[in-house]
Design a protein around this ligand. Structure first.
Ligand code: B4P
Length: 191
C-alpha cells in the first residue's frame, strides 16, 4: 500500500496535485476540505456547523474529521493506497490516523510537504476567490488567519512524521506541471 499525506499551507496546491496523483498512481483521494464543503452544500447539520468554522479560517474539531476519515477507510477497504489531502491538520489527528491504519494492519508511507512562499500562497488564494468565490478565500484577513492556524496547529504534524523518518519535502513553487513532475519522481521512488 502507498499511503501518502499531501501536506502544505492553504493554497499550496494540495487539492490540485492530489487529483493528478490519484489518477496516475491508482490511489484513493480523500480530501477533508472537499468532504466538508459537500456537507455545507447539502446544508446537513455537520455542514452548517463546519461552515461557521471554515468561514473564519478556523479548523473543524478533530473528532468530526477523524470520524469522516474512519468511514471513508471502510468504504474503500480494497484500495491499493490513499492520498490524504488536508488531513491530518493537528497532531491529535495524526495520532488518530496512525491508530486507524494500524487497526487495518497498515501505515503511512510518507508525508509529502509542498513548500511554497507566503506571497505566492496569498496570490493563488486571491485568484481562486475570483474564479470560484470560495467564502474562505474572499478576504485577506481570513486568508491570513488560515496561514496563522497552519503555522500554529498544523506545522507540528510535519515534525511528528519527520521524527518517524517519514518526510519528503517537495519544492511547491513553479507551474502545476513542474511541481507534479517532482511529486511523481518522488512517488516512483517510493512505490
Ligand atoms: P482545504 O480544502 O484543504 O483547502 P486549502 O488548504 O485552502 O487548499 P489546497 O492546498 O488544497 O489548495 P489548492 O490545490 O486548491 O481546507 C479548507 C478548510 O477546510 C480549512 O481551512 C478548514 O477550515 C477545513 N478543514 C479541512 N480539513 C480539515 C481538517 N483535517 N481538520 C480541520 N479542519 C479542516 O490550490 C489553491 C489555488 O491555487 C487553486 O485555485 C489552484 O488552481 C491554484 N494553484 C495550485 N497550484 C498552483 C500553481 N503551481 N501555480 C499557480 N496556481 C496554482
Amino acid at each position: 500500500m502507498l499511503n501518502i499525506i499531501l501536506f502544505g499551507p492553504p493554497g499550496a496546491g494540495k487539492g490540485t496535485q492530489a487529483k493528478k496523483m490519484a489518477e496516475d498512481f491508482n490511489l484513493v483521494h480523500l480530501s477533508t476540505g472537499d468532504m466538508l464543503r459537500s456537507e455545507m452544500h447539502q446544508e446537513s447539520e455537520l455542514g452548517l456547523f463546519a461552515r461557521e468554522k471554515m468561514e473564519k479560517g478556523e479548523l473543524v474539531p478533530d473528532e468530526t474529521v477523524i470520524k469522516m476519515i474512519d468511514k471513508k477507510l471502510d468504504e474503500h477497504a480494497g484500495a491499493t493506497g490513499f492520498i490524504f489531502d488536508g488531513f491530518p491538520r493537528t497532531t491529535a489527528q495524526a495520532e488518530a490516523l496512525d491508530n486507524l491504519l494500524e487497526g487495518r494492519n497498515d501505515d503511512i508511507t510518507t508525508l509529502m510537504a509542498l513548500e511554497v512562499e507566503k506571497n505566492e500562497l496569498i496570490s493563488r488564494l486571491q485568484s481562486r476567490a475570483e474564479q470560484e468565490g470560495r467564502s474562505d478565500d474572499k478576504d485577506i484577513a481570513t486568508i491570513e488567519n488560515r496561514i496563522k492556524v497552519y503555522n500554529e496547529n498544523t506545522k507540528p504534524v510535519m515534525d511528528y512524521y519527520r521524527g518517524k523518518g517519514k518526510y519528503t519535502p517537495i519544492d511547491g513553487m513553479g507551474s502545476i506541471e513542474e511541481i507534479y513532475g517532482r511529486i511523481s519522481e518522488a512517488l516512483k521512488s517510493l512505490s
